[in-house]
Design a protein around this ligand. Structure first.
Ligand code: ADP
Length: 254
């Protein structure tokens, strides 16, 4: 009988070098089905590089990425089908309508016909942009573009959603909309890896935190346990906890 995979996604000892620079130095963490994992670290910690390696866009120098217990080079197609990425940089086609953008990205996962129409509608409704479906994103506010970007990433119903700072520079209304949408997606069963510099978002969304620095994980902890530990020392905000662990403030680095 096949043994059940321990973790949905597991990263083991990733190494990555650009030129002479070791950007990843043994990056190691996992995410379990149904979790919202906060992936944190100062700028340059290697978070975006790790995400690129998970997507298979770039090759790993050393180490392993396992999806459902199988190495991704044996299982890349299956991981890519199951993965939704909301990149830091907004990636939209300004000469296509909002609806055509979502439809295009969803079709890359092999969704066709009636299913494509339905999923496109569902994703646009989900981010609150259905009324704007005929408009081109060039006219959208920053927050609307980010919401459309999210719709493009979730329309194929990914099992794991990786969001790399999805709320940078947006209005509070769009931010709240995005946070509620992530909670709802998770409630429906999507596993989320969430990268953000905003600790109040991390606090509101995540159950476990992985903090990276200089290409490796320096802390992997249940959020409430971490808060209780630091509370004993009189440190109550996640922001101050992060400062105490890494020696640098996230805010200063924006
Ligand atoms: P984070 O997302 O945590 O801010 P990154 O993964 O973007 O960190 O970057 C980690 C380090 O790798 C940084 O010092 C960055 O300058 C460097 N880096 C990232 N991508 C490249 C690349 N394609 N070529 C050279 N250096 C890179």
């Amino acid at each position: 009988m096949e043994q059940a995979a321990k973790h949905l996604l597991e990263i083991r000892g990733l190494m990555k070098q650009y030129g002479n620079k070791n950007v990843l130095n043994g990056m190691k963490f996992y995410v379990d089905r149904g979790e919202v994992l906060g992936f944190l670290g100062p700028n340059g910690a290697g978070k975006s590089t790790t995400i690129r390696l998970i997507t298979g866009i770039e090759a790993v120098d050393q180490g392993k990425i396992l999806f459902e217990g199988r190495e991704i080079n044996e299982n890349l197609k299956s991981l890519q089908q199951s993965l939704g990425i909301v990149p830091q940089e907004i990636a939209l086609y300004n000469d296509l309508s909002a609806e055509q953008n979502v439809s295009f990205f969803c079709s890359l996962y092999g969704v066709r016909g009636k299913g494509l129409k339905e999923r496109t509608k569902e994703a646009l409704e989900f981010v609150g942009l259905w009324e704007h479906r005929k408009e081109r994103p060039g006219k959208f506010s920053g927050g609307m573009k980010r919401r459309l970007n999210i719709a493009c990433s979730i329309a194929h119903s990914p099992e794991i959603l990786i969001m790399d700072e999805p709320t940078v520079g947006i209005d509070p209304q769009s931010r709240n909309h995005i946070l509620s949408a992530i909670k709802e997606l998770n409630r429906r069963g999507t596993t989320v890896i969430y990268v953000s510099h905003y600790m109040e978002e991390i606090d509101a969304l995540c159950s476990r935190l992985v903090i990276a620095d200089q290409g490796a994980v320096i802390l992997d902890c249940d959020k409430e346990t971490l808060k209780r530990e630091y509370e004993k020392q009189g440190i109550s905000s996640l922001e101050d906890i992060f400062l105490s662990i890494t020696g640098s403030s996230l805010r200063d680095e924006e």
